[in-house]
Design a protein around this ligand. Sequence first.
Ligand SMILES: NC(=O)c1ccc[n+]([C@@H]2O[C@H](COP(=O)([O-])OP(=O)(O)OC[C@H]3O[C@@H](n4cnc5c(N)ncnc54)[C@H](OP(=O)(O)O)[C@@H]3O)[C@@H](O)[C@H]2O)c1
Length: 217
Amino acid sequence: MAISDSTVAVIGTGNIGSGLAANFAVGGQDFLLAGRDQEAARKIASGLGGHAEAVSVNEAIERADVLVIAVWLPDFEQLIAQYGERLAGKVIVDPTNPVGPDSDGNYRKIIPEQESSGQILAGLLPTGARLVKAFGTLSAPTLSAAARQEPERAVQFYAADDDAAGDLVAGLIRAGGFEPVRVGGLDQSIRIEMFGDLHEYGALGRTVTRTEALKAI
Ligand SMILES: NC(=O)c1ccc[n+]([C@@H]2O[C@H](COP(=O)([O-])OP(=O)(O)OC[C@H]3O[C@@H](n4cnc5c(N)ncnc54)[C@H](OP(=O)(O)O)[C@@H]3O)[C@@H](O)[C@H]2O)c1
């Protein structure tokens, strides 16, 4: 199945959810948009040229083949606990960085140093749900500013164990105006999460083109 034949949903209408929604709409990708605050979802959807349909989280989970869950890690875990088996058969896209604020106003990792939220979330999903780690490598401002970059598109890395699920998400990355580069399986998630060597705020320090990305991985 191609991404153009899939029903895509974005859950979460914050920085990343609304940024992805805007990029998908510009790329002509139709999708469902769901948030806890349905009025906020409706407002965002109404400005996206008919590409977004605001629905409840329940309806998004019912209808979508591919669910981009743009919420913080504890909320993601809670959604998995709540919807459980209803996520089986879906491609679940995880943009989370497992971080929270420290006492100095900086970010600190909220899971053990060597763990990734991609692997933790994959372990919580029901059998048959396929997780792809993507859309968490760039900051929200970069997600907007670097979309459809000319002359060469900026890369968004992703990690997937399942080839077909990875290909679908690669299509979604393209629709959002970026060049997809697979870093490997989910055991490589840590590299594209915050503090990882391929994260914009990790050792990479900036966006990269495909040629630069292939050298870096
Ligand atoms: N911000 C960045 O630059 C950035 C960059 C890369 C990755 N990320 C990752 O992306 C994720 C989202 O970050 P963000 O900056 O977009 O956060 P945010 O602006 O705080 O937005 C989080 C959104 O999640 C929604 N939410 C929470 N629980 C929900 C639930 N049960 N059902 C539906 N919606 C729910 C919130 O709804 P309410 O408004 O009702 O609370 C809010 O709209 C995080 O995991 C973060 O690590 C962020």
